[in-house]
Each structure stands twice: as C-alpha cells, then as structure tokens.
Design a protein around this ligand. Sequence first.
Ligand SMILES: [Cu+2]
Length: 142
Amino acid sequence: MTGKRTAAGLGLGLGLAVLTGLGANAVARSQDPLVISITIHYSHFEPTTVRVPTGRPVTFVITNTDPIDHEWIVGNAASHERHRTGSEPVHDARPTEISIPAGTERRTTLTFPAAGSELFICHLPGHEAYGMVGTVAITPGG
Ligand SMILES: [Cu+2]
C-alpha cells in the first residue's frame, strides 16, 4: 500500500519537475499554464476571442456539448489553408490540432512565441462556413 503511494508521489514530483522546466522556483508560478475554457455549442465556439500572453503555456480545455464531432485547429492563415484542402479525418498527434468527439472534453497546452493573432477553426465539412471560427489574440507577456 505504502509502496503504491510512494510511486504515485514520485510520478507527481517528476511531472511537476517537467512542468517547471529547469526547477527555478522563482519563475515556476508564472510558468504555470494559463487555463482557458472554450465550449462548443450548436456548432459555434464560445468565446470566439481569447486573449493569451506570449511565452506562457496555455492549456485550452475544449468541451463539445454537441451530439456531433468537432475539431479545434489553431494556426496562421497558411496552416488553415492546408487544412481546408486536407483530408486527415482525425487529429491527435499535434497540440495545435484537436479532435473533440461528440459530448467530450479535450485539453491541449500550447505556448505562443510571438505577438499577433491566430485563428481556431473547425475544418470538418461545412463547419467553418457555418461559423466555427475564433481568434486567439496574442499580446506580449511579462
Ligand atoms: Cu465542427
């Protein structure tokens, strides 16, 4: 019993060590991921604009309340153009491309290096035209 608890504690410790990078406690707090929740309802994102700072991990918690599957793909204009003509049915390998099956929640953590704006779009057929588009506004972080 105690052996199991110790192993779990070790795993947690290792996870925290990874999250805080080089173990510099002074900066650990500002490097904790910022959590942003996005809900999908009636094939629309809510909110449609989210604001993030540069250089800080951001965990997006995306909840699909619809009875159909959706995607959340974030990137610049070029990456979206690639997805409009692409044929990948399911996304899981990249943190910028998430498939959210009907009635489920998915999380992804990203860091935006440069200020500016990117779009998040569902590229399933017809969904972008229906309005499944949102904006990530990226401002210089402290
Ligand atoms: Cu969709």
